[in-house]
Design a protein around this ligand. Structure first.
Ligand code: SF4
Length: 253
């Protein structure tokens, strides 16, 4: 079965990725996480799969497993221009620690930012649009040519993530959520067992870390993502929505 040309679509999941996702779910529903990752990276999607990572507080677990399989696996990191300096330091530190050799810092289109967010305050006026320019569009460009991508989302993070499947169709691609069933305790244990470095902001109460204007600390007992866009209805940046909003700037692939 041949994959269609990679590209952005607003038509929702396509037949090819739906079939591949269903096949992957059927084969690997009971597989240990490292095994199913190997099956994806070294098997079904060999040379056509990328990891998308925020290099947040939990990211090291997935990245460590991927590095054990193939440290040259492309890792896409969305450098929005609004990140904490500590996150940028952590990208360097963790990449070096794990031996990752293909970490790609994807930046927003400078013309789009100059036109719509010259003062860097679009997050305050229209956060959905800000995320679209700084995350959704750059990711779509970065994923051009890939047939599948891997996310680090987990069901315990709540919100719309409570029913995450292992594999799902995502437009013209397959998206894998290999940590979907992991608990917060399992993540923590993995860090300890593998002596993985922590994000430098974690010790200050940041449990889920995105851009600095839209990330706050979390009090004990809150959801891990409670500090993201705190005080607003927004809970996701949009890269996981099947039909992102689009206006003036379009992706050409
Ligand atoms: S998280 Fe905030 S600053 Fe970052 S892209 Fe989204 S709205 Fe903009």
């Amino acid at each position: 079965m041949n994959a269609p040309a990679a590209g952005l679509t607003s038509d929702g999941p396509q037949p090819w990725p739906r079939a591949r996702a269903a096949e992957f779910n059927q084969r690997h529903a009971m597989s240990p996480t490292p095994d199913l990752l190997r099956a994806a990276i070294d098997g079904m999607f060999r040379d056509r799969i990328a990891v998308v990572s925020s290099f947040g507080t939990e990211s090291a677990v997935l990245l460590h497993m991927v590095a054990q399989i193939d440290p040259a696996t492309p890792v896409i990191f969305l450098e929005t221009g609004q990140l904490f300096a500590q996150t940028l330091q952590y990208v360097e530190q963790l990449s070096r620690h794990l031996g990752l050799t293909d970490v790609r810092a994807e930046q927003p289109n400078p013309a789009a930012i100059a036109a719509e967010d010259p003062q860097g305050d679009l997050w305050r006026r229209d956060p959905d649009r800000c995320c679209y320019l700084r995350k959704v569009l750059p990711l779509e460009t970065a994923l051009s040519g890939f047939e599948a991508w891997i996310s680090g989302r987990k069901r315990f993070q709540g919100g719309g993530r409570g029913a995450l499947p292992l594999a799902e169709a995502d437009g013209t691609r397959v998206k894998l959520n290999p940590l979907a069933a992991w608990s917060a305790d399992a993540i923590d244990t993995y860090f300890t067992e593998h002596d993985l470095p922590r994000h430098p902001l974690q010790e200050f109460g940041f449990l889920s870390i995105g851009c600095h204007p839209c990330t706050d600390t979390v009090v004990p007992g809150d959801d891990t993502r409670a500090g993201r866009w705190a005080g607003s209805e927004k809970t996701e940046c949009g890269i996981h929505r099947p039909t992102p909003p689009r206006r003036r700037f379009q992706v050409v692939v």
